[in-house]
Design a protein around this ligand. Structure first.
Ligand SMILES: [Zn+2]
Length: 634
């Protein structure tokens, strides 16, 4: 147990935030929730960086005051974080009085000790990036970051002696390999910026007024670095209110996008050195969530609104996708198809299905009460081992900030438990009256889910409690530490399950455009009449596909495992040329269940699924809305 102080960048409220900002903040939130769960004294800061010429210009264009302009956008940011259930402890705005006053004190202090001096600036300025560039840094005369036109400017400015501390910083970076992560970003900083030598930094401007004024020279406003970067300490009360500052500084983690690693690993540590303050333990520069090969940006018109996604797919589905899809540190590609696939495969088919099967079988075979286990066999021990690995995977993954890896170790447990059910076949144990073995298997299923719920606490905000409720458990999984609460055997005896709604409804993708030209169909002649009694002999039921795979040696036949609610069946179906096996999992189909079992290609088929065909196209016959497996078809 210790303390953990982490920050996101403070976002620039010139526009509403998009999915890329949501990504950074959800990752930070997962880390904060994890550190709280393991008992660390955790402080999580986010906020908004509200000054600068760009905001002033945009406000003017919108006919608003700069403050009125940012107030509106910041209100939207706060709503978004509330929607995504971001658990920050503080939200700092650089327009707040507490921040402005502290920035002025820092500026004054650095000026008095000679680290800030007045001179004249001449150079190139990129307005969209609010960055000064030297002639040699321009790329074909344009901004090296965004590629926009730059303006030549000359003005009186205050400068910060960056150069004075370059040697000390280089030494710190070399002796603290964890300081800049991933390591590729460290090499870039050292080779591209530190070794060629640092220029002193322009820290005031006179060409616009939307900023914090320099206390002893009020025609200047403090220019971005000393205003924005210092939020990480002013929010803690530095320098005049040291309570939180003494408790949490230095930061354990500044989470930043890769485009601002340079400011956080060169300018920021030097500001701290000049203030004689300890440096943050780690700056982690993560990749971007990109779209169509490009960074998501307003100017590219490819922004994805997280509010719309949450509305359409649900909060935990969107959080899961953001945390799972992108290997943290690298760039990830956003696509709605990938999001839907994640929801359907991982959340609906794997996790949702596991809970559904477990609760249904405990109701059907054990009267709704989770039985006590009666001795473990090697098959059960494999699940127990996977649960241990999932708990270790969570700790190791999140210590290394490999959020996606941590999540996949939890979902390996889910997958393993689903396979375990297929092999252990509780329905067969029930039929054979093997009560003790059945008790162990049902317990193992429930206990694996209980552990999964505890391990998912940092990532998903509604699902762990929903799993908890359906398992009939009391209390709150959030209150349990993984190292004690996610250890095998903790399921209280006699707990009664409470069947609930599916955790994650499957998302139906729009059917593909009908292929090929319409042509005249030959209608088959009608078969001889039958009576209603004859029809009633056919037992048709709704089944849900749990698993589908191709049968080797044929591209026509698929083997499906379906559930009829409690009971599972194996079917062989000649639909392999029309359906990909993975597209069937989770779907409700109609099955003739009292057809005499038949062996097809060595596989015993216990029923037949219904499909419509015109000789070319084939379509499954399915209930028009979900009715639940086992429902009769008349
Ligand atoms: Zn630029």
């Amino acid at each position: 147990m210790g303390k953990f102080y982490l920050t996101t960048p403070i976002y620039y409220p010139s526009d509403n935030l998009h999915i890329g900002h949501a990504y950074t903040t959800v990752v930070a939130d997962a880390l904060a929730r994890y550190h709280r769960q393991i008992g660390d004294d955790t402080y999580f800061l986010t906020g908004a960086d509200e000054h600068g010429q760009k905001i002033q210009r945009r406000a003017m264009a919108a006919g608003k005051s700069p403050q009125g302009f940012v107030d509106e956008i910041v209100a939207g940011i706060r709503e978004l974080w509330s929607l995504l259930r971001i658990s920050h402890n503080d939200f700092i705005r650089t327009t707040e009085e507490r921040h402005a006053r502290r920035v002025q004190a820092i500026f004054q202090h650095l000026y008095e000790q000679g680290d800030i001096y007045k001179s004249e600036y001449e150079g190139w300025y990129c307005t969209p990036c609010e960055t000064f560039w030297l002639e040699r840094q321009l790329v074909e005369g344009k901004c090296p970051d965004c590629g926009e036109e730059v303006e030549k400017i000359r003005e009186e400015s205050y400068f910060f002696r960056l150069s004075k501390y370059a040697g000390r910083l280089l030494e710190h970076i070399e002796t603290h390999p964890e300081f800049i992560q991933p390591v590729s970003r460290k090499n870039e900083m050292v080779n591209n910026f530190l070794r060629p030598g640092l220029e002193d930094l322009c820290v005031s401007r006179t060409t616009f007024s939307w900023g914090i004024s320099v206390p002893f020279d009020t025609k200047h406003v403090v220019y971005v670095w000393l205003d924005a970067l210092t939020n990480y300490i002013t929010a803690l009360g530095y320098p005049d209110d040291p309570g939180l500052f003494q408790r949490y500084w230095p930061a354990d983690l500044h989470l930043v996008g890769k485009e601002i690693v340079r400011f956080h690993t060169i300018i920021w540590p030097i500001i701290l050195m000049a203030l004689d303050l300890p440096l943050p333990r780690q700056v982690f520069g993560h990749g971007w969530l990109v779209l169509d090969g490009g960074k998501i940006s307003k100017s590219k018109g490819n922004v994805i609104d997280p509010v719309v996604l949450v509305d359409k797919y649900g909060l935990d589905a969107v959080r899961y996708y953001l945390l799972r899809e992108v290997p943290f540190g690298a760039d990830g590609t956003y696509s709605e198809e990938a999001l839907v696939l994640r929801i359907n495969n991982d959340l609906a088919n794997d996790l949702g299905n596991l809970l559904h099967r477990t609760v249904a079988m405990i109701e059907k075979f054990a009267g709704g009460a989770v039985p006590a286990p009666a001795g473990y066999e090697p098959l059960d021990e494999e699940v127990i081992r996977e649960a241990d690995l999932a708990r270790q995977g969570l700790a190791e993954g999140l210590e290394k900030l490999e959020v996606s890896t941590a999540l996949s170790s939890i979902f390996r447990l889910v997958e393993k438990t689903n396979k375990y059910i297929d092999t252990a076949a509780p329905w067969a144990l029930n039929k054979e009256g093997r009560r003790e073995r059945l008790a162990t298997v049902l317990f193992t299923m429930a206990e694996s889910l209980r552990i999964t719920a505890v391990l998912l606490v940092p990532f998903l905000v509604e699902t762990p409690q929903k799993i908890w409720n359906q398992l009939g458990l009391n209390g709150d999984p959030v209150a349990l530490k993984p190292e004690t609460g996610a250890v095998w055997g903790g399921f209280p005896g006699g707990t009664r399950v409470r069947k609930g709604r599916p955790l994650f409804p499957r998302i139906e993708l729009k059917p593909a455009e009908a292929k090929g030209k319409e042509k005249e169909r030959e209608t088959a002649p009608q078969k001889p009449e039958i009576t209603i009694e004859e029809f009633a002999r056919l037992d048709l039921r709704v089944a849900r596909v749990l698993k589908a795979e191709r049968i080797k040696g044929t591209d026509k036949l698929l083997q499906l495992i379906v559930t009829l609610g409690g009971e599972e069946r194996r079917l062989v179906a000649g639909i392999g040329q029309h359906y990909e096996p993975s597209s069937l999992v989770g779907r409700e189909i109609v099955v003739a269940v009292n057809l005499k079992p038949a062996k097809i290609r060595g596989v015993l088929s216990q029923g037949m699924l219904l499909a419509a065909s015109n000789g070319e196209e084939l379509a499954l016959v399915v209930p028009e809305k979900p009715v639940g497996e086992g429902a009769g078809v008349k």
